[in-house]
Design a protein around this ligand. Structure first.
Ligand code: HEC
Length: 143
């Protein structure tokens, strides 16, 4: 009897320890505002400068806007442009790498405006990190 009780007590303690360990892991994986801010701050100005003129409040080329997170998620004429967490399977990344299957989807359209490898990397990292929109106000700015 007593040893049964001991055994179940040990099990309960072990289960409690496991639970608290997984709670810690979950907390570590949850949003890190400083990291989110960094990803956003590196990537958003590139989009704002190079893309929003044709994909924003004034024009929606390819039926796509890139000035809010919701708009990114809504996609364009060909549907989804981004898979959050997976830049490698995001149409938008193919476009800015000038590797779009439809040649006229290479972005920005003028080759002389093509983004640098560093700029592409900043946008990839932003998508990989969940596309955090750290400053919604910046994105809502109207002309
Ligand atoms: C000079 C205007 C212009 C600029 C600047 C521009 N685009 Fe585009 N974009 C277009 C046009 C036009 C299309 C439609 C191309 C087509 O399908 O023929 C398009 C289409 C797209 C598409 C595909 C949408 C769909 O569903 O078909 C993506 C993704 C895209 N652009 C991303 C970007 C990104 C990212 C930038 C900035 C790096 C950018 N664009 C800059 C004009 C522009």
């Amino acid at each position: 009897m007593l040893s049964d009780f001991r055994a179940s007590h040990v099990l309960m303690v072990a289960a409690a320890l496991l639970l608290s360990a997984s709670a810690d892991l979950a907390a570590a994986a949850a949003a890190d505002p400083a990291k989110d801010q960094e990803l956003f701050t590196k990537a958003w100005p590139i989009i704002e400068t190079s893309c929003v003129g044709c994909h924003g409040p004034d024009k929606q080329k390819g039926k796509l806007r890139l000035d809010t997170r919701d708009a990114w998620m809504a996609g364009g004429r060909d549907g989804k442009v981004v898979t959050v967490g997976k830049p490698e399977s995001s149409l938008l990344i193919e476009c800015i790498k000038y590797q779009a299957k439809k040649e006229d989807q290479n972005m920005p359209p003028k080759r002389k405006d093509q983004l640098s490898a560093d700029q592409v990397a900043a946008i990839s990292a932003w998508i990989a990190g969940g596309l955090p929109w750290a400053e919604p106000k910046a994105a809502k700015k109207k002309k």
